[in-house]
Write a protein that binds this ligand. Sequence first.
Ligand SMILES: [Fe+2]
Length: 144
Amino acid sequence: MNIHQCSVCGHLEFGNAPEQCPVCKSPKEKYQRSDRIFEESHEKSKEAAVKHIPAITVNKQCGLIPGQGCIDVIVRIGATLHPMEAAHFIQFIDCYIDGKYASRIMPTPGVFAAGCFHLKTAGTKVTIVENCNIHGVWKAEANL
Ligand SMILES: [Fe+2]
C-alpha cells in the first residue's frame, strides 16, 4: 500500500495523499511518498522495537455514552515504556479506524508515553501510529 507523509506535521496517510492534511491542514503538495517508512525505523534501530511498538487495549464496555458505539482504545508506547524526556520523546500518537484517520494525541515531555482515544465507531480495525523524535514512526493494529 502507498504511504504518504506530511512534511509539516508528520501525519501519515495510507493510500494517496489527501487534498488537505487532516491534522495541520497543509496542502497536498506538502505530502511525500514514504512507502517503507515503518521498515526504515526497524532497520535503523532493531533493538528499539520494544520501546516503540504501540501496545493497544480495546475497551468496548466504556459506558460513557451508552448505546452509540462508544469504544475506548487505550495505547501505551512500548512493552518497555518509552521515555518522555525533553531530548527524546513521543511527538504524537495517531489513531486510524479501518485505515482512515480519526484522532491525534500529542503527549509532552514529563507525561507518560500513553493515551486513550474515545471513539464513536462501527469500524472493525484500529491502527495506531506513533512518532518518536529520534527513532521515527512505528505502528500496531488491533481488532475492534
Ligand atoms: Fe525513541
